[in-house]
Design a protein around this ligand. Structure first.
Ligand code: NAD
Ligand code: MG
Length: 396
């Protein structure tokens, strides 16, 4: 296959760096066309010098200026702002877009890639949580290829029948699937006494036992809001209902999720907890490339366990599942509130258990309408953020 041009949205983050690592191992197949990031000009400069993209986009003008200074004498053109990000994602020379900006900021550039009919590798789960129906409708309307990168969804995708993968069928039960088993480790506080959860520190919350990830998703894993967002993500990606999805706690993170079939078969995808595996899968689909990941060594596996999630321990998981049943306005609202709450927790402004309070109160105080356009989604997102900020002010 000829060389494919790649855009990495969120290049300086955990997923972005893992993507560039896989690309470096498969240089003859992928060329880095553009890199996109938020504010970190220093890291971005380093990546530009190594990968020599045609374009580099930062979120602010200030960060773009800093980057330009560091790239004097190179051929990389530096741009800034959301519109420039979207332009990269829909550029005619681009084949593949890795969507790995964290949070709602990823929505517009990702939709731009979808509307251009690109091959979209989706790590930014928040965009599906916000715009599920609209997003999936656009994937269909514009003939985009959507490959899930979130490890669970990537695992599920790998375990689904080819007819579903290739879009020939979109009905799981007609294809013999009876349940999607979404696994999660339970995060760092699976065993911690409930009475001490309120005093959890930022350092404890971001220290995930199995995965190394960005700070926001690490906190989401500790509250299991991450699994809640993934529950909503799965509903949209696989065109199923909340009743078709079950969350299973599997602390070792070796099974990345499973698909149960009508005949009693359960297919699981296994591997190291290393995002380079799903990233490589997405890049090369339907082929397989080197991801730099060692296979599992079964002679070293001691424990292999499964339990049901306890909603007293993980109220955010319940909140997200309920929002999933309620609809798009609820999921957009809970996602926005959670971004604000997690940022406040990371800044030391609220406690760990306050994250749930902020999320639940924001939902409770919101009037949930029907969201049919990107504008109404963005408006709901803004209103919920504002409300969450106000709730945080009353908690402090
Ligand atoms: P991260 O915090 O490490 O990186 C986030 C990236 O987004 C950075 O490059 C940052 O510069 C960029 N960014 C932030 N705000 C931006 C803005 N306004 N405009 C442009 N770029 C902006 O996060 P991460 O762990 O790499 O996660 C990225 C996404 O992938 C999240 O949606 C997360 O839920 C999802 N995801 C991550 C993992 C993982 O293992 N890290 C696994 C599954 C899914
Ligand atoms: Mg995941």
């Amino acid at each position: 296959m000829s060389e494919q041009n790649l855009v990495v949205l969120g290049a300086t983050g955990s997923i972005g760096l893992s993507t560039l690592d896989v690309v470096s191992r498969n240089k003859e197949q992928y060329r880095v066309f553009a890199l996109v990031a938020g504010q970190n000009a220093e890291k971005m400069a380093e990546l530009c010098l190594r990968h020599q993209p045609k374009y580099a986009v930062m979120s602010s003008e200030h960060a773009a200026q800093q980057l330009s200074q560091r790239l004097v004498g190179t051929t990389t053109e530096v741009l800034h702002g959301v519109e420039a990000m979207a332009e990269m994602a829909r550029h005619v020379d681009v084949d593949i877009v890795m969507s790995a900006i964290v949070g709602a900021a990823g929505l517009l550039p990702t939709l731009a890639a979808v509307e251009a009919g690109r091959k979209v590798l989706l790590a930014n789960k928040e965009s599906l949580v916000m715009s599920g129906q609209l997003f999936m409708d656009k994937v269909k309307a514009y003939g985009a290829t959507l490959l899930p990168i979130d490890s669970e969804h990537n695992a599920i995708y790998q375990c689904l029948p080819t007819t579903i993968q290739t879009g020939q069928s979109s009905n799981l039960s007609h294809s013999g699937v009876s349940k999607i088993l979404l696994t999660g480790s339970g995060g760092p506080f699976l065993q911690r006494s409930l009475a001490t959860l309120a005093s959890v520190t930022v350092e404890e919350a971001v220290a995930h036992p199995n995965w190394s990830m960005g700070r926001k998703i690490s906190v989401d894993s500790a509250t299991m809001m991450n699994k809640g967002l993934e529950f909503i993500e799965a509903k949209w990606l696989f065109n199923c209902s909340a009743d078709d999805i079950e969350v299973v706690i599997h602390p070792q993170s070796m099974i990345h999720s499973m698909v149960q079939y009508r005949d009693g078969s359960v297919l699981a995808q296994m591997g190291q907890p290393d995002m380079r595996t799903p990233i490589a899968y997405g890049l090369a689909y339907p082929e397989r490339i080197d991801a730099g990941v060692e296979p599992l060594d079964f002679s070293q596996i001691v424990d292999f366990t499964f339990t049901k999630p306890d909603f007293n321990r993980y109220p955010n998981l319940k909140l997200a599942i309920d929002a999933c049943r309620s609809g798009q306005a609820a999921t957009t609202t809970v996602n926005a509130a959670n971004e604000i709450a997690v940022a406040a927790f990371l800044e030391g402004k609220i406690g760990f258990c306050d994250i749930y309070r902020v999320n639940a109160l924001t939902l409770e105080q919101s009037t949930l309408g029907v969201l049919e356009s990107v504008e109404s989604i963005m408006e709901t997102d803004r209103t919920a953020r504002h409300r969450a900020q106000q709730i945080i002010a009353t908690l402090r």
